[in-house]
Design a protein around this ligand. Sequence first.
Ligand SMILES: NC(=O)c1ccc[n+]([C@@H]2O[C@H](COP(=O)([O-])OP(=O)(O)OC[C@H]3O[C@@H](n4cnc5c(N)ncnc54)[C@H](OP(=O)(O)O)[C@@H]3O)[C@@H](O)[C@H]2O)c1
Length: 290
Amino acid sequence: MKITGKTRIIGIIGWPVKHSLSPIMHNAAFEHLGLDFCYVPFAVKEDHVEKAVKGIPALNISGFNVTIPHKESVIPFLSETSEEVKMIGAVNTIKIMDNKLIGYNTDGPGFIASLKEAGISIKNHSLLILGAGGAAKAVVFQSAIEGAREIIIANRTIQKAISIKNQTEKYLPSVNLKTTGIGYDELKDIIGRVDIIVNATSIGLKSGDPSPIPNELINKRLFVCDLIYNPPETSLIKYAKASGCKFMNGTGMLLHQGVIAFKIFTGSEAPIEVMRKSLEDALKNLNRGK
Ligand SMILES: NC(=O)c1ccc[n+]([C@@H]2O[C@H](COP(=O)([O-])OP(=O)(O)OC[C@H]3O[C@@H](n4cnc5c(N)ncnc54)[C@H](OP(=O)(O)O)[C@@H]3O)[C@@H](O)[C@H]2O)c1
């Protein structure tokens, strides 16, 4: 990659940001297509978000991704937001046009695209979504839009699950939404009737973490999806594999949210296979020797 005075800059802000795989994925795509763009990480602390975001047009940066913990706190500093951002209340992609900052959220569509790639459709299916943070919100909204028959949000802090339900119903009143805690007895009755389970909690991020669902509740009729991509095999994915379920981890969602963001940033179709390979190689390198 040759950076010149004409190179256009795309970035990612987050704290911490050093573990992000987005620079690798987007730079591989720019290089493959011969686009004069460069993608760089910006480690932005929470109390610097306003200054950082307001300074982006002044630096002539073309666009940027937003990761944890800034997906919600950037919103007051944007000029416009897409419909899905208004619904979800979180942004992961910002494009700068004529000095205006326009916010999008590609996490939900990225999740659906990864399911489609795995041959799974949401339409008329019943989903159990574990977690009620930013990722769960995006998955709940997009699944509702895609025509899920029933969406059950299970969270340790039940009030957060209820708040996603209320917010979703405000925009999509006909969706069948329920909430529950994550205790064994609560989940036991529900799992018998759902088709798809999505882990959108952070349980599984640390090696040695348990599964968010007891092993004995997994049955091979289920499609099991863990949004975590590193480690690539969480305890939940191991159980799903051993039980004969179809399953996927979060690599596909990470890839496809990036693919959609790439089109927003550059106007060009993303080279999906190049981006996928760069991610898979990066994940292999991270896990080598573990
Ligand atoms: N593949 C992708 O592209 C992608 C994109 C975004 C996120 N993710 C993954 O999705 C997961 C959630 O991310 P997020 O941004 O939504 O995080 P978040 O906003 O911090 O939410 C974390 C969720 O995990 C729950 N949780 C955390 N520790 C728990 C514990 N010990 N027991 C029970 N519940 C617990 C929290 O419950 P409480 O509400 O009770 O605290 C909350 O619902 C992360 O693992 C992240 O890596 C993947």
